[in-house]
Design a protein around this ligand. Structure first.
Ligand code: BGC
Length: 815
């Protein structure tokens, strides 16, 4: 994965032997794509992350240095109305530049760039950069940089720079600083506010090589502190800072050295970051200074960091063949998932931000995207899923308030939320085609709490973590069941329950053509998932009744009549169908017009922004049978064909499974994939009916951010749901991996493009090494005292004993 700039024989990266399947590389590159490259070159550790902006750059329309702490949010006043909370762009710790005597400080555009090569070394978690510039006096200078945000010590980040005067000698000055003058300006939604989230920036020096900076958010009053140390040396000579410069919110130290051509100058910068959200901290600046004082030089930090990364790669491995073009994207996705969610995130009380810690897209808000993220984590880092479901659980207060506002019992998590769990969904969105702000009704997607309940159950099913089910899990299931049982109204004429005025995942339909924004009736996705949740809540309740010892108290007080009511609603919810027996997306879907796809394709080409196009024409997607993303097909993604068919049967409908392929074709042909989540769901659904198409869909999903398929939106952050969802297709879908009735089941079916797949899952505290190819499945587990693991492989039961390996041939189903 490389930029195509010219190779420089003097460049340590052009000539390096870093293995291609482990390195994301860019050579030079156009200014338009710089924002996306910066997002993809983000380094972080699940607590702190910094975009891959050049240390000499500032936010200038091309570059955007952004540093974020998970869960560090603030709300700004804007245009007389209250705005949504945003993740806050923190003081920039990167600033570092140089100048030869009487020259200009180097900054993009100030000297001619001869070569710039950037390489994200995924294996060691280090971002490397090599830059060659020449100034007006023809002095050529080379910079070699390495950057990390430590996985070993999550409050530490470091930047190591070697400067080489290639054809000149004399005095070199190096300036290293902290910049608190930053604003949030990465995403268009921030325009309309001043973007300035930090108040009271104060800074100073702690001796000749150290700087500090503190700041506080304007409204949430969160404090952040940075302590930075820069050491400059040439061989055994060190350059001491002789000047401190800076405006009130910016501070730098300038060091000077005399050097000979070819003599390397080493600049070792380390920074410690703490905030008032951190635990076990007296005061953030005290903590930052203490942490920095104990931090070793870059090489030591890098060694510790690489050791932790080595362990993480063991845990997160997903091998598809280093010689294959898709191995690198698979690793890039894994890497970026870990930038946002790592073992360091477990203690932070944060949710799953849709755009990672890579930018300010969607203000850093939390949607339903966790539904696509947890299944991968459940089998790798299940403590993360649990931590993030507990984050939801702590926010039941706001969710109950939101339900009460609708006159309902139970809890409703808002469509978008941030630190407190309060509703942060925007009332208006900007149509990028017209620039107009238009009403936004996406908050009718009450299905977000179904996603949370589903995730809670799947986590329990995968891990058998009864202590979770007895506390967090049961509350989430019960409160969701209560909300939806209350939302269902009884129609005695048909002896059916209806759920009216909501939206499914497809954001192209927020109402009927004559009643836009008022929601839809009996969305198939919502009603089926409600029936599923009601059944799981009843099941969880009776399970816990049989294990009274697991709960500290028997939490939610659910009486027999309420359980009976849930069971009743779960048997009698109404589902809409099309004439041919296929599930209709919602009641009235059949009355909508067909879109003239050819006409719109000719007119606009790429139809992912179809909703915006139609709106700009004075038309509306509400009128047509079109979907932005998988909606009905989400049911197959989440439940699979068997469970879906059982549920529909349980609801009292005759459902012929034979119509599933036609249902897939129907909706797939009418979906624009305007959301990155869509390809994940479709790749999954197609895996059993059309493996080739599934594989192509997966490859497209793997390229979502790398190839920036979504119109430059990756510059505002990666798409975390698609990132993890893609990995999960390899992990669970192509291996046919599932856990039912306490048994691990496998039913592999690799697409032709994939020769083999190897991963190590963590199943109920046990490591299981799994290799699947087109001929056989190999399983192994390390030695130990535990009992054998029961496994069902394509219907055949076997027991995997500790230390044993088992190889099972696959009868040829490919032919
Ligand atoms: C999608 C939603 C998603 C959100 C955040 C939207 O474009 O339609 O399903 O939750 O992006 O990723």
């Amino acid at each position: 994965m490389a930029g195509t700039g010219p190779v420089d024989p003097g460049c340590g990266l052009c000539t390096s032997d870093l293995p291609a399947a482990w390195v994301l590389t860019y050579i030079d590159g156009d200014p338009d794509g710089e924002g996306t490259r910066e997002a993809l070159l983000t380094v972080g550790n699940g607590y702190l992350a910094s975009r891959g902006a050049a240390p000499e750059s500032s936010a200038d329309g091309v570059h955007y240095p952004g540093t974020y702490l998970a869960g560090f949010h603030n709300r700004l006043p804007g245009d007389g109305r209250e705005t949504a909370e945003s993740i806050v762009n923190l003081p920039n710790w990167l600033p570092l530049t140089f100048r030869p005597a009487s020259g200009d400080w180097y900054a993009p555009g100030r000297a001619r760039r001869l070569h710039e090569h950037r390489a994200l070394d995924l294996r060691s978690g280090v971002y490397r950069r090599e830059l060659v510039v020449v100034d007006r006096q023809q002095r050529r200078t080379r910079l070699r940089q390495r950057r990390l945000v430590s996985m070993a010590a999550p409050h530490l980040a470091a930047l190591h720079t070697t400067i080489l005067a290639e054809n000149w000698s004399g005095r070199l000055e190096v300036r290293s600083g902290l910049d608190g003058g930053v604003v949030n300006a990465n995403a268009p939604i921030e325009r309309g506010t001043c973007g300035r989230h930090l108040n009271g920036v104060a800074c100073g020096t702690d001796g000749p090589e150290s700087l500090w900076m503190v700041a506080e958010t304007t409204d949430s009053r969160l404090r952040v502190a940075l302590a930075a140390r820069t050491r400059v040396s040439v061989g055994s000579r060190s350059g001491t800072a002789h000047r401190t410069v800076g405006a009130p919110a910016e501070i730098s130290q300038v060091s000077a050295l005399d050097l000979a051509a070819g003599e390397p100058v080493v600049v070792d910068k380390a920074v410690a970051v703490f905030s008032s959200r951190d635990r076990a901290v007296y005061e953030p600046l005290v903590a930052a200074r203490t942490e920095l004082a104990g931090a070793g030089p870059f090489e030591v930090l890098a060694a510790d960091h690489a050791a932790v990364w080595a362990g993480l790669w063991e845990r997160l491995r997903l091998d598809v063949g280093d010689e294959q073009a898709w191995q690198l994207p698979v690793r890039v996705q894994t890497f970026h998932l870990l930038q946002t969610l790592s073992p360091h995130t477990v203690d932070l009380d944060v949710g799953v931000p849709a755009r990672g810690l890579h930018g300010e897209g969607y203000h850093g808000h939390i949607f339903w995207d966790e539904l696509f993220v947890y299944p991968f984590l459940d089998l790798r880092l299940p403590e993360l899923t649990r931590a993030m479901l507990e984050y939801r659980h702590r926010r039941l207060g706001w969710a109950r308030r939101q339900a009460a506002e609708l006159g309902r019992a139970g809890a409703l998590f808002p469509w978008q939320s941030a630190s407190s769990g309060r509703d942060e969904s925007p009332a208006r969105s900007r149509n990028p085609v017209t620039g107009e702000w238009v009403p936004d009704h996406t908050n009718l997607q009450h299905h977000v709490n179904l996603a949370v309940a589903h995730s809670a159950w799947r986590y329990w099913e995968t891990t058998a973590d009864l202590s979770f089910l007895g506390t967090t899990g049961i509350d989430l299931l019960v409160e969701t069941a209560r909300f939806w049982a209350g939302a269902a109204t009884y129609d005695p004429a048909d002896d059916r329950f209806d759920i009216r005025g909501v939206m499914g995942p497809d954001e192209y339909h927020d109402g009927y053509p004559d009643r836009p924004g008022e929601g839809l009736d009996n969305c198939a996705y919502v009603n089926v998932m409600v029936a599923w949740t009601l059944a799981r809540a009843c099941e969880a309740y009776s399970l816990l009744e049989r294990h009274p010892g697991v709960t500290p108290w028997f939490g939610p007080d659910v009486g027999r009549p309420e359980l009976d009511h849930w069971a009743h609603v779960g048997r009698r919810l109404r589902l809409p169908f099309l004439d041919d027996g296929m599930l209709a997306q919602f009641e009235g879907y059949a009355d909508l017009a067909e879109l003239d796809w050819e006409h719109y394709r000719r007119r606009y080409g790429d139809l992912r922004p179809l909703g915006w196009y139609l709106q700009a024409e004075g038309d509306s997607t509400n009128r047509y049978r079109v979907s932005k993303q998988a909606d009905v097909l989400m049911l197959l993604y989440l439940l699979g064909a068997d469970e879906l068919a059982d549920l529909i049967g349980h609801l009292g409908y005759d459902f012929d499974r034979a119509c599933i392929p036609a249902t897939v074709d129907h909706y797939l042909a009418r979906t624009t994939h305007g959301s990155t989540l869509s390809r994940v769901a479709h790749a999954w659904v197609l895996a059993r009916t059309d493996r080739r198409q599934s594989w192509n869909m997966l490859l497209a999903a793997l390229g979502t951010d790398l190839a920036d398929l979504h119109d430059g939106s990756a510059r505002e952050g990666i798409h975390l749901g698609a990132t993890a969802g893609t990995l999960d297709i390899l992990q669970r879908c192509y291996t046919g991996l599932g856990i039912h009735d306490n048994v691990l089941r496998l039913d592999p079916l690799l697409p032709e493009g994939l020769d083999y797949l190897r991963c190590t899952i963590r199943y109920r505290g046990r490591l299981v090494d799994l290799t699947v190819d087109h001929r056989e499945v190999r399983m192994g587990t390390p030695p130990g005292d535990e009992p054998p693991i029961p496994i069902i492989m394509r219907g055949r039961r076997l027991w995997l004993a500790p230390g044993a390996t088992a190889t099972v041939p696959l009868a040829n189903r490919d032919g």
